[in-house]
Design a protein around this ligand. Structure first.
Ligand SMILES: Cc1cc2nc3c(=O)[nH]c(=O)nc-3n(C[C@H](O)[C@H](O)[C@H](O)COP(=O)(O)OP(=O)(O)OC[C@H]3O[C@@H](n4cnc5c(N)ncnc54)[C@H](O)[C@@H]3O)c2cc1C
Length: 419
C-alpha cells in the first residue's frame, strides 16, 4: 500500500487550491488523484472569460485560471496521478483507485474530497417521447466543442436556463448554429443576470419562461420539440403549444455533487446541498476528512471555490500536524432562516482561530434586502443588498472575535426592505 500524509481526490480548482495550501503550510507528502487526462477540472472546457475577478482582479478564461494553480502545483513539486479514479474510501481513510496499471491501495492521514459535480441528464426530467441521438447535457456539448473540436449540431433548443446552458447558447451561435430558444419551466431564470444579457439578449435568442418541453420528436435522431406554457403548478396550459424543429437539444437542468464515495464512507450528507456536512474548518463528519468546491455545494463563481478550498487545505495540514481547530471545542449549527435555502458550513466551531466564512443562497429572487446574521436572538452582522437571486451565492465572513463567545446557533435570514 502507498502512504501519504494528504490525499486530495479530484484535481479541479478545489483540489488544486487545497493541495497548494497544505504544501505552503508545511506538508510535503501530498498526492492529488485525478480521473481525467489532465488537471484543471471543468475549467478546462470553460474557454469563455469571466473567471478570477475576485481572486486575481483580472478577467481570465477557465483554462487560464486553472493553469495558475497547475503552475503552483508543479513549482511546489506536488505529486499527482492522472487517468486514475478513486472507487472506494473507507472509514480508516484508505483509498482504492483504478489506474491505467490496475488497482492501487493508498493510505492517508488526511483526505480532501474535491470531486466536483456532474449534470442531471435526460432521464431526470419528464418529457414525452424518446431520448434520441442529439440530446446532450450542456456540459457534454461544451466539452465536445471546446476540448475535442466537435460541432454538436446546427439547430438547437436549450432546456433550462442554468449558466452552462446560457453560455452554450452563445457558444453555439458563435460557431454558426441557430439557437431557436431557451425554455425554462420557472418564472425566472436560474442563471446569472449577466449571462442572460451577454449570452441571450446580445444574440436575440428568445427565453421562454414558465414553459416546459411537452414532447421530444424523433426516434433515432431528434427532429424537434413541442413546448407549452405552464401554470403556477407547472401544469401545461392547453392551446399554448409551439413546435420548434431542431437537430440538437441541450439540457441545462442542474448539477449534482459527486458524492458516491462520501456516502459509501458513511460521511453525513446535507439534505439541501447533497454535499457532506462540514464544520467551519471544512472537516466532514469523518475525522481528518475535509471537503471543498462543488462536491460540497454547487458554486457559481470559481473564486469562491478557491477561497473555501484554501481553508480545507490549511486545516488538513493542521490536522496532520496534530492541531485540530474543532478538537474539544463546542460546535454550533448554522440555520437557514427566513428566505435562505441553505448555509455552509453546517457547524461553526466556537472560538475557532480562523473565524468562519458563511456561504448561502436565497430561496427566491428579492429586491432590496437586508441580510442578518444572528447568534440566538442577537444580530451580529447585517448586509444590505440591492437584489438577491438564488443563482448568486452570497458570502459573509465572520471574524474570530465575532464568534469567540458563541453560545447558540448561527442563523442567516433575509428581509425585504421595500422597493
Ligand atoms: C459542465 C459545467 C460547466 C461549468 N461552467 C462554468 C462556467 O462557465 N463558469 C463558472 O464560473 N463556473 C462553471 N462551472 C462551475 C465550475 O465547475 C466550478 O466553479 C469549479 O470548476 C468547481 O471546482 P471543483 O474543483 O470543485 O470541481 P471540478 O472542476 O468539477 O473538478 C473536480 C475534479 O474531480 C475529478 N474527480 C471526480 N471524481 C473523481 C474520482 N472519484 N477520482 C478522481 N478524480 C475525480 C473530476 O474529474 C474533476 O477534474 C461549471 C460546472 C460544470 C459542471
Amino acid at each position: 500500500m502507498l502512504n501519504y500524509d494528504l490525499v486530495v481526490i479530484g484535481g479541479g480548482p478545489a483540489g488544486l487550491a487545497a493541495a497548494v495550501e497544505a504544501k505552503k503550510n508545511g506538508i510535503d507528502s501530498i498526492l492529488i488523484i485525478e480521473r481525467d487526462r489532465e488537471l484543471g477540472g471543468i475549467l478546462n472546457q470553460c474557454i469563455h472569460s469571466g473567471f478570477g475577478l475576485h481572486e486575481f482582479k483580472e478577467e481570465l478564461a477557465g483554462p487560464e485560471y486553472a493553469q495558475r494553480f497547475i503552475d503552483q502545483v508543479n513549482e511546489l513539486g506536488i505529486e499527482y496521478i492522472l487517468n486514475t479514479m478513486v472507487i472506494e474510501l473507507n472509514k480508516d481513510k484508505e483509498i482504492i483507485a483504478l489506474s491505467e496499471d490496475g488497482l492501487i491501495n493508498i493510505g492517508a492521514k488526511s483526505i480532501v474530497l474535491a470531486m466536483g459535480c456532474r449534470e442531471r441528464t435526460a432521464g431526470a426530467v419528464a418529457m414525452n417521447g424518446y431520448r434520441p441521438a442529439g440530446v446532450y447535457t450542456a456540459g457534454m456539448a461544451q466539452r465536445m466543442m471546446n476540448m475535442e473540436g466537435l460541432m454538436v449540431g446546427k439547430e438547437v433548443v436549450i432546456y433550462g436556463s442554468g449558466d452552462i446552458g446560457l453560455i452554450m447558447a452563445r457558444r453555439m451561435t458563435l460557431e454558426g448554429a441557430k439557437v431557436k430558444c431557451v425554455v425554462e419551466i420557472s418564472p425566472q431564470s436560474s442563471g446569472l443576470n449577466r449571462n442572460i444579457a451577454q449570452c441571450l439578449n446580445d444574440y436575440d435568442i428568445p427565453l421562454y419562461l414558465s414553459h416546459n418541453i411537452n414532447k421530444v420528436h424523433g426516434k433515432e435522431k431528434i427532429e424537434g420539440v413541442t413546448i407549452c406554457k405552464v401554470d403556477e403548478k407547472w401544469q401545461p396550459i392547453k392551446g399554448t403549444e409551439q413546435y420548434f424543429s431542431c437537430d440538437t437539444l441541450l439540457l441545462s437542468i442542474g448539477l449534482i455533487p459527486e458524492n458516491e464515495l462520501t456516502v459509501n464512507a458513511g460521511i453525513e450528507i446535507g439534505e439541501v446541498t447533497n454535499g457532506p456536512k462540514v464544520k467551519s474548518n471544512m472537516e466532514t463528519s469523518m475525522e481528518g476528512v475535509f471537503s471543498c468546491g462543488n462536491v460540497l455545494h454547487v458554486h457559481d463563481i470559481v473564486d469562491f471555490v478557491t477561497k473555501e478550498s484554501r481553508v480545507a487545505g490549511k486545516n488538513a495540514a493542521d490536522y496532520i500536524k496534530g492541531i485540530n481547530d474543532s478538537d474539544g471545542k463546542k460546535l454550533f449549527e448554522t440555520e437557514a432562516g427566513n428566505g435562505v435555502s441553505y448555509v455552509i458550513p453546517n457547524y461553526v466551531v466556537s472560538g475557532g482561530k480562523d473565524g468562519a466564512n458563511l456561504y448561502f443562497r436565497s430561496r427566491k429572487p428579492y429586491k432590496k434586502v437586508e441580510v442578518k446574521v444572528l447568534i440566538g436572538d442577537k444580530v451580529i452582522k447585517t448586509k444590505k443588498m440591492p437584489a438577491m437571486i438564488p443563482s448568486e451565492m452570497v458570502n459573509i465572513p465572520l471574524s474570530p472575535e465575532e464568534i469567540a463567545n458563541l453560545n447558540d446557533k448561527i442563523k442567516v435570514e433575509v428581509k425585504e426592505i421595500g422597493k
